[in-house]
Design a protein around this ligand. Structure first.
Ligand code: ADP
Ligand code: MG
Length: 155
């Protein structure tokens, strides 16, 4: 398996609960290496584009509000966007994150330990992690310009 890059977003529930460092620590401990990092003020356009595969689903509108910090009173829609790289980075980051629904996620994962489903049915699961090489490429290009990412140097 060759080195891959993957997009991670620290979602507003993690930011509000001061779990940003913990998420970074778990990804670090898994052996992933940071290749890009920035705070982004998430426009409605960016949020909709990022989650466009979910357009039409019952949770889509709420998901757009969630990533823009509207459920957690995050000022200026700010989200930390990260690019990680490493061997099998996409699957590895998903493993560290755990299953989408925190109630079904293994307790050893970030979502299993710290995620929750609210009384209104909103999933709060701390982070986004790309789910395939095609998604990772699309999402990294959506959130970062090429000059903001360190690309692995061919050896
Ligand atoms: P993942 O983030 O694990 O890749 P998906 O791509 O399926 O999960 O969904 C994107 C995000 O949409 C999830 O992380 C979660 O925030 C939200 N979501 C997914 N399914 C539901 C659902 N049934 N109800 C509410 N929110 C959901
Ligand atoms: Mg997904």
């Amino acid at each position: 398996m060759a080195s891959q890059q993957t997009l991670i977003l620290i979602k507003p529930d993690a930011a509000k609960r001061r779990l940003t460092g913990l998420v970074i620590d778990r990804l670090d401990a898994a052996g992933l290496t940071l290749a890009g990092a920035k705070m982004v003020s998430v426009s409605e356009k960016l949020a909709k584009e990022h989650y466009k595969e979910h357009e039409g689903k019952h949770f889509y509108a709420d998901l757009v509000r969630y990533i823009r910090g509207e459920h957690h009173a995050i000022p200026d829609q700010r989200v930390l966007a990260l690019v990680y790289e490493g061997e099998d980075a996409i699957a590895l980051a998903r493993k560290v994150a755990g299953a989408t629904n925190p109630e079904k996620a293994d307790p050893s994962t970030l979502r299993g330990s710290f995620g929750r489903v609210t009384t209104t049915g909103q999933i709060e699961n701390l982070l986004h992690a790309s789910d395939s090489p095609a998604s990772a490429e699309r999402e990294i290009n959506l959130w970062f310009s090429p000059s903001e990412i360190i690309r692995p140097v061919a050896k």
